[in-house]
Design a protein around this ligand. Structure first.
Ligand code: AMP
Ligand code: GLY
Length: 424
């Protein structure tokens, strides 16, 4: 069987690597992919949101399954597009339809959903320019810090956490009345600040059955000690030591089961990943957000730990037989450290040659922002590659990732040398 993966990050390289290992998969295509996926699969130079180009690629290459990496094609309706097309409607898409993708595409929708199905989450209210004054009054009732979220997708920038009440009011006005995040902020969710330590839990579901994948912790800030600007993620660890059996049982009972039931009750036939961003407040889970895809770089530690055939699991999702599929996880710890371009997440230069990759022996190199330039691997993005290693402890795995990194270099290469610092 031929499979098409949409996306170009470390997450998609990790999907590709798992899928090429499956005896049931003949060829993997990645659109648009990167220099890493080029080595193990066929890259096709199209955008993951160009549905008619995707249709052509699927027909031309006899693709029988599409795996969607990022959220944008899902929110735009790639799955609905396939179902509505006479030629494509038998080809399974791993990723929800537009209705399910609203869990990520609209914060207001996801908060209403959690409230309706009793999923623990921060108390909230939503506001538009029409009830701005009520928004100010609601802020008056809250204690700092104030959490303001643009309803729609805002490239990971739509959440503001502010300590000053007047500043929060000013920002609320900027968001709803002056389109600070464009249309995405015409509705704003204001919610209580949650205390605790964050982690992510991933669920794969066929709409009825589910598998809870390994948990992971992501390091989002650019600076060591978790300071500075937010990034897409600078590293990740799996499993998360404080997500013990007792905590994960609570997550399953209080969050996963009501989420799957709620989707069914809403008539949302959800086939794909649910990424649950959680706060652990003294052993109690509270949902910070849902995403409708895997996390990046979390995927680069979660997928390598899954011993089962990933294609088989996707086949179970497509045919609603996920409960019949075997599922096993490597008990070792996996860590990943992201190498980024100097300057990222602000302006940075591209097209820097990456050297030393062939010297890496004890880690898996997942490419993200890389491309080929005359057979040389060069940088093409802010997050360049994720260096994943296994160990019997976090420290052992990290030591391997960092000694592999010593072999790799490119001009202005940057990374955090303290991934996992809060867990050691
Ligand atoms: P989100 O896009 O909803 O994940 O928000 C981005 C980040 O803001 C999260 O990963 C959290 O670190 C933080 N955050 C969001 N909502 C809250 C909240 N209610 N309380 C505390 N931190 C939050
Ligand atoms: N690493 C966080 C995300 O993928 O959204």
């Amino acid at each position: 069987m031929n499979i098409l993966i949409l996306g170009s990050g470390g997450r998609e390289h990790a999907f590709a690597l798992k899928l090429v290992e499956s005896p049931k998969v003949s060829s993997v295509f990645v659109a648009p992919g990167n220099a890493g996926t080029h080595k193990i699969a066929t890259n096709v130079v199209i955008s993951p949101t160009d549905f008619s180009a995707i249709k052509e690629v699927v027909i031309k290459n006899n693709i029988k399954m599409v795996v969607v990496g990022p959220e944008a094609p899902l929110v735009k309706g790639i799955h609905d597009f396939f179902l509505a097309d006479a030629i494509l409607n038998n080809i399974p898409v791993i990723g929800p339809k537009k209705d399910g993708a609203l869990l990520e595409g609209s914060k207001d929708f996801s908060k209403k959903f959690m409230e309706k199905y009793n999923v623990p989450t921060a108390k909230y209210k939503s506001f538009t320019s029409k009830n701005l004054e009520e928004g100010f009054s609601f802020l008056d009732t809250l204690k700092p810090p104030y959490v303001l979220k643009a309803d729609g997708l805002a490239a990971g920038k739509g959440v503001l956490i502010l300590n000053d009440l007047e500043e929060a009011k000013e920002e609320l006005k900027e968001m709803v009345s002056n389109q600070k995040f464009g249309d995405a902020s015409s509705t704003v969710v204001i919610e209580e600040f949650l205390k605790g330590i964050e982690l992510s839990v991933f669920v794969l579901t066929d709409g009825k059955n589910y598998k809870i994948l390994p948990s992971a912790k992501d390091y989002k800030r650019i600076g060591e000690g978790d300071i500075g600007l937010n990034t897409g993620g600078m590293g990740a660890i799996s499993p998360v030591p404080f997500a013990d059996k007792n905590f994960l049982n609570k997550v399953e009972e209080l969050v996963v089961k009501p989420t799957i039931k709620g989707l069914q009750k809403e008539g949302i036939d959800y086939k794909g990943f649910i990424f649950i961003g959680l706060m652990n407040d003294r052993g109690n889970p509270s949902v910070v957000e849902y995403n409708v895809r895997m996390g990046d770089p979390e995927t680069e530690v979660v997928l390598p730990r899954i011993e089962s055939d990933l294609f088989d699991l996707f086949d179970g999702v497509a045919n609603q037989t996920l409960h019949q599929k075997s599922f096993s996880v490597n008990k070792q710890t996996a860590t990943t450290v992201m190498l980024v371009s100097g300057g990222y997440p602000e302006a940075y230069e591209k097209n820097k040659e990456i050297i030393g990759l062939q010297e890496v022996k004890d880690s898996i190199v997942f490419h993200a922002g890389t491309t080929l330039n005359n057979d040389k691997v060069v940088t093409s993005g802010g997050r360049v590659m994720a260096i994943t290693s296994f160990g019997n402890s976090i420290q052992e795995a990290l030591d391997k990732s960092y000694s592999s990194i010593d072999e790799i270099s490119f001009d202005k290469m940057n990374y955090r040398s303290d991934i996992g610092f809060d867990l050691l």
